[in-house]
Design a protein around this ligand. Structure first.
Ligand code: AMP
Length: 470
């Protein structure tokens, strides 16, 4: 019944409107791509907090009746996605806690690399934990510092190592926080009727009719309350370590992330890919949906026609979230169907954003062959993923990453394609606006910005949990 503590999630918060829960719901819906495992909303009515969380997609967790019951003039929300393994309702966020300072709810996007150590320290002092997420140590820190420090939140954050975009809800305010490296995105916005809000992605702001004001800065705490927006620093900004994979795969194409529009970056990735690895072919085919933007760029730069040769079934979730390989394989078959009249007898350039385990990709390539493809030239719009991510993207154990122990030629052979090219690291970094040193590329390069304990058992935080069969 294992589950990893890593999360790549979405967070949101809005201060002021009487229909806060409904707005949070809409924002979470827009950020569904950031997490499909559980969803939750916490609200404040000015003196008390209330919350509803549950397993599943946002519309599966909420309905009108539940949203109406979540009455309050402020709310925060969370979309959660962890890797394979059992799913537990107790880990759904926002976490709502009672402590000596009152009530607090917290929603977290990212991954703490020192959570296991912090938790062990607290447990030896008698603290009881009721989840297996890294996030819970944050509320324990807050409670511990409540009486002794002027700014318990700022003090608590100084103890955290790793990636965290956090939204806290207290009865009288929202506090939005971004780690000093800015690993994950977090933006401040204003609704068209004047309410302040924060979101992981601008797509959530668009959904509720808000506009982006600015990014929450690395090392900054932004407070939203009846007094408007105020800001303070809890740490000096570091050289940023913005996750480049947000641009490659994770974020919504319409979002602006780290100062660049994701769709534009992805098209550029495809253009550079075409220049790095040209090949004669009849058409460029995207792997839906993740390869679409890059395929468009590839087709434009190579002047080879763009065709849709694989049709997705929109009603199957992302195959990656299926816990077992057998379930993943079946889901791939249902999810994608090749169009024989487009691919049969053709030399195809197939573009996708990334290869992780390689198993889904192999299934897709086999389908194209069965549909009669004459040649398959696979082009991937990022470098080979060889290393684990400790900062919030769900890459499996490195031994499961196909590129970890294999050469590009061996991967080509495994996938049974005629040629294979991964975009170079330099090529990828040339497609974003910030200087190359301001992005975290550790999953490709192994160059971790802060020290990580690679021996830490990802299941450490599970050890005291009861088995749950629900
Ligand atoms: P595979 O061939 O099994 O490695 O799967 C590759 C597909 O997974 C690509 O189409 C990617 O878009 C997608 N993918 C990449 N990273 C992730 C991730 N962290 N979670 C879910 N899917 C991913």
């Amino acid at each position: 019944m294992a589950r990893e503590a890593k999360d790549k999630c979405g967070v949101f918060g809005v201060w002021g409107p009487s229909d806060s829960a409904h707005r949070v719901y809409t924002a979470l819906f827009a950020q569904q791509h950031r997490g499909q495992e559980s969803a939750g909303i916490a609200v404040s009515n000015g003196s008390r907090l209330g919350a509803h969380v549950g397993m599943g997609l946002v519309p599966e967790v909420f309905n009108e009746t539940i949203l109406d019951k979540l009455a309050g003039n402020a709310g925060i929300g969370h979309n959660r996605y962890s890797t394979t393994g059992s799913s537990r309702a107790c880990n759904a966020q926002p976490l709502l806690e009672e402590y000596i300072g009152g009530q607090v709810a917290v929603a977290h996007n990212g991954n703490l690399v020192n959570a296991a150590r912090l938790r062990r320290d607290y447990e030896t002092r008698g603290h009881i934990f009721h989840t297996s997420t890294d996030t819970e140590v944050i509320t324990h820190l807050l409670a511990s510092h409540h009486l002794s420090k002027d700014d318990p939140l700022a003090e608590s954050l100084l103890h955290l190592q790793g990636a965290y975009s956090l939204v806290f809800l207290f009865a009288d305010r929202i506090e939005a926080v971004r780690d000093p490296w800015g690993w994950r995105p977090l933006v401040l916005g204003k609704t068209d009727d004047g309410y302040d809000c924060v979101a992981s992605e601008t797509v959530a702001l668009d959904a509720i009719g808000a506009t982006m004001v600015r990014e929450v800065l690395p090392g900054e705490i932004v407070t939203l309350s009846d007094n408007g927006v105020s800001t303070r620093r809890f740490a000096e900004s570091q050289v940023p370590a913005h996750c480049i994979f947000e641009h490659v795969y994770f974020a919504n194409p319409s979002s602006s992330v780290f100062g660049d529009t994701v769709q534009i970056v992805r098209e550029r990735l495809g253009e550079v890919l075409a220049r790095e690895a040209p090949v004669e072919a009849d058409c460029v085919i995207p792997m839906p949906d993740s390869g679409r933007s890059a395929a468009l760029g590839y087709a434009r730069a190579s002047e080879i026609p763009y065709r849709e040769g694989i049709v997705p079934n929109r009603y199957v979730g992302r195959t990656f979230i299926r816990p077992t390989q057998k379930q993943r394989d079946t889901a791939v078959q249902i999810k994608l169907n090749a169009v024989p009249d487009v691919v049969s007898g053709k030399r195809l350039i197939v573009v996708d954003d990334s290869i992780v385990r390689g198993t889904t990709t192999r299934g897709k390539m086999a389908q194209l062959r069965r549909a009669g493809a004459k040649e398959i030239h696979l082009r991937i719009s990022c470098p080979p993923i060889r290393h684990a991510c400790y900062f919030g993207v769900d890459f499996p154990d490195p031994s499961q990453l196909i590129a970890n122990q294999r050469s590009v030629e061996e991967i080509r052979d495994f996938l049974a394609v005629d040629s294979l090219h991964f975009l170079s690291l330099e090529g990828m970094l040339g497609c974003v606006s910030r200087p190359p040193g301001e992005y975290c590329t550790a999953c490709f390069s192994g160059d971790y910005r802060i020290s990580v304990d690679k021996q830490v058992n990802k299941l450490d935080l599970e050890r005291n949990q009861y088995k749950m069969f629900t």
